[in-house]
Design a protein around this ligand. Structure first.
Ligand code: 4AD
Ligand code: MG
Length: 480
C-alpha cells in the first residue's frame, strides 16, 4: 500500500480508507494515543492504538523519537484539535529510541534553550520550531527561483573558489594545497603560489558579483544563488562565516531600476510564504509573540510576525539618500543624548547597525532603501556620481535586521574604474577580465546581493542567524 504523508492525511476527507504512514513518535499518551510526525507539516496526526489487543513489548517500544510505520483506518476524529485520526491496525517499529538516551537530548519533549538546540543541530530539525523554520526556508528558496525565472532572469553558477576579492575587504578564507609550514618559498622569501594547485593564490568567494556582471553583459538579466564565505571575526546575531547570497545583475538597469527590483523581489517572496506556509507561519507567529512579551516594552516589535510581513508586502519602502539619513541621525534623540555607541558628527561617517535600526525601527517604521553613499566607505566598482564624492550605492534596511541588501549601479566607464582601482591599489592584472567588459560594449548595469539567512530571519521572526541555517559556521564553530 502507498505510504501517505501526514500532511496529505490531515487534509483528506476520504474517511474509512486504509492508510499507511511512517514517521517519528512525538509523544505516546495513555498507551493509546501516538502523536506522529513525518516532517511534511508542523501538525501531528493522532494514531489511536487498540492497546488491549497489542503486545505489551511492542507498546513499550513506542517511545518519543522512535521511527514507526503505522497502518490503519482514517476516521473522523472525536477528539479536540484535529479533524482526522488513524484507528491503528498495526504498528511496526522501524527504529527504536531508548528513553534513557532520549532524555539526554533535545528530543525530550520539553522546552529547551536555543543554545542547547544549537549544540544538537543534527536533531533540532525534529522540533516544531526548527521544522517550521526549515520548511519556510525551503519555500523562500523556491520563491526566489520562481520570481527570477518568471521575470526573464537566467540562473548563473559563479565559482566558489576564486582568485579575486570582489568586495576588496580582505575577509577571505584562503584555499591552498600547501601543508602548513611546508609551502615552497620564492626568491623573495614569500610563499610561492605558482607551485600551488591553481598556480596562484585563491580563496573562497565573498560574492559572485564580478563574475555575474560579465554574464549580465551577455545574458542581460542573471542571478546567482549560492554559498559565500566571509572570514570576518564578527560574533553577532546577524553574521555567518558561510552564508547564502542571492545576487541579481541586470544590463541597462540604473540605480532606480535596481531599487525597484529589490523591493519587488522581496515583496514577492514574502507574499509567497504568506500564501504557502500558513501553518508554519501561524506557529512562528505565536512563538514570536511569546518571545516579544519577554522583552522590555520599548524593545518590543509593534506588530506581530504575520502582521509585519503583510505590512512589508503592502507598503512602499522608504527611499532616503545617505545625506538625508545623516541629517536625521545627527538630529536624533539618541545622538543628542549620546546613546549611540558611535555618535554621528559629520557627513562621511559609516553607518553602524545601531543607526540603521534607528532609521528603520524608530524613525521611518518601515523598510528603508538608503542610496548615494560616500564613495570612500563603499567598494571600488560602484558608479561615481556627478558630485564626485558619492557613489550610486544602495542598502535595503529592515526592522530587527538592519542591512538585508547591499547593491549598486556599477562603474561602467573604463577610465574612471581604472582610476578608482589605482587609488585603492587594486592590481589591473588581477581583474583584466573584469575590465574587458568595460572595453567591449560597456553599458550601464546594476545589481545587488541579498543575504538569504537575513531574509529567513525576518520571515520567521527568529533573532539569531545561527537558527535559520541547518549547520551554522561561525568563529570557533564548525561542528557537524
Ligand atoms: O553588502 P555586501 O557585502 O555586498 C556584496 O557582497 C555585493 N557584492 C553584492 C552585490 O552587489 N552583488 O553583502 C550583501 C548582503 C548583505 O546585505 C547581507 O544581507 C549579507 O549579504 N551578508 C551577510 N549575511 C550573513 N553573514 C555575513 N557575514 C554577511 N555579510 C553580508
Ligand atoms: Mg553591505
Amino acid at each position: 500500500m502507498k505510504t501517505s504523508s501526514v500532511k496529505e492525511l490531515l487534509s483528506s476527507d476520504k474517511f474509512l480508507q486504509e492508510v499507511t504512514v511512517k514517521g517519528w513518535v512525538k509523544a505516546f499518551r495513555s498507551k493509546r494515543f501516538i502523536a506522529l510526525n513525518d516532517g511534511s507539516t508542523i501538525k501531528n496526526i493522532q494514531c489511536v492504538v487498540d492497546f488491549e489487543n497489542t503486545d505489551d513489548n511492542l507498546l513499550k517500544r513506542i517511545t518519543t523519537g522512535a521511527a514507526v510505520c503505522v497502518k490503519g483506518t482514517l476516521v473522523e476524529s472525536q477528539g479536540k484539535g484535529q479533524n482526522v485520526e488513524i484507528q491503528v491496525s498495526s504498528v511496526e517499529i522501524l527504529g527504536d529510541a531508548d528513553p534513557d538516551e532520549v532524555s539526554k537530548t533535545i528530543l525530550q519533549p520539553k522546552k529547551h534553550s536555543l543554545e542547547f538546540l544549537r549544540q544538537q543541530a543534527h536533531l533540532r530539525v525534529r522540533t516544531n520550531t526548527f521544522s517550521a523554520i526549515m520548511r519556510v526556508r525551503s519555500a523562500l528558496s523556491f520563491a526566489v527561483h520562481q520570481y527570477f525565472q518568471q521575470n526573464g532572469f537566467y540562473y548563473v553558477n559563479t565559482p566558489i573558489i576564486t582568485g579575486s576579492d570582489a568586495e576588496g575587504a580582505g575577509e577571505m578564507f584562503k584555499v591552498t594545497n600547501f601543508e602548513a609550514n611546508k609551502a615552497p618559498l620564492n626568491e623573495e622569501g614569500e610563499i610561492d603560489y605558482t607551485q600551488d594547485f591553481f598556480g596562484k593564490q585563491t580563496n573562497l568567494t565573498v560574492s559572485g558579483q564580478l563574475e555575474a556582471e560579465t554574464y549580465a553583459m551577455g545574458l542581460g538579466k542573471v542571478y546567482t544563488f549560492g554559498p559565500t564565505f566571509r572570514a570576518e571575526n564578527s560574533n553577532t546575531t546577524r553574521h555567518l562565516a558561510e552564508f547564502w547570497m542571492i545576487e541579481p545583475e541586470v544590463a541597462f538597469n540604473d540605480l532606480d531600476a535596481n531599487m525597484d527590483l529589490s523591493e519587488d523581489f522581496i515583496k514577492y517572496v514574502l507574499k509567497y510564504v504568506l500564501d504557502n506556509c500558513e501553518d508554519d507561519l501561524a506557529f512562528l507567529n505565536d512563538r514570536f509573540a511569546k518571545e516579544e512579551e519577554k522583552k522590555p516594552k520599548l524593545e518590543r516589535s509593534e506588530m506581530g510576525l504575520i502582521e509585519r510581513l503583510k505590512f512589508v508586502v503592502d507598503n512602499n519602502f522608504k527611499r532616503v539618500s545617505y545625506t538625508e539619513a545623516i541629517d536625521i541621525l545627527r538630529n536624533s534623540k539618541p545622538n543628542k543624548k549620546k546613546k549611540f555607541q558611535f555618535p554621528i558628527d559629520e557627513w562621511g561617517a559609516d553607518l553602524q547597525s545601531e543607526h540603521e535600526r534607528f532609521l528603520v525601527e524608530k524613525h521611518f517604521k518601515c523598510p528603508v532603501i538608503l542610496f548615494d553613499y560616500p564613495a570612500n566607505i563603499k567598494a571600488f566598482y560602484m558608479r561615481l556620481n556627478e558630485d564626485e564624492k558619492t557613489v550610486r550605492a544602495m542598502d535595503v534596511l529592515f526592522p530587527g535586521i538592519g542591512e538585508m541588501v547591499g547593491g549598486s549601479q556599477r562603474e561602467e566607464r573604463l577610465d574612471v574604474l581604472k582610476e578608482k582601482m589605482a587609488a585603492l591599489d587594486i592590481d589591473e592584472k588581477e581583474l583584466w577580465w573584469y575590465l574587458d567588459t568595460r572595453k567591449f560594449g560597456t553599458a550601464v548595469h546594476s545589481g545587488f546581493g541579498l543575504g538569504f539567512e537575513r531574509l529567513v530571519l525576518f520571515t520567521t521572526g527568529m533573532s539569531n542567524i545561527r537558527d535559520v541555517i541547518p549547520f551554522p559556521r561561525t568563529p570557533q564553530n564548525a561542528e557537524f
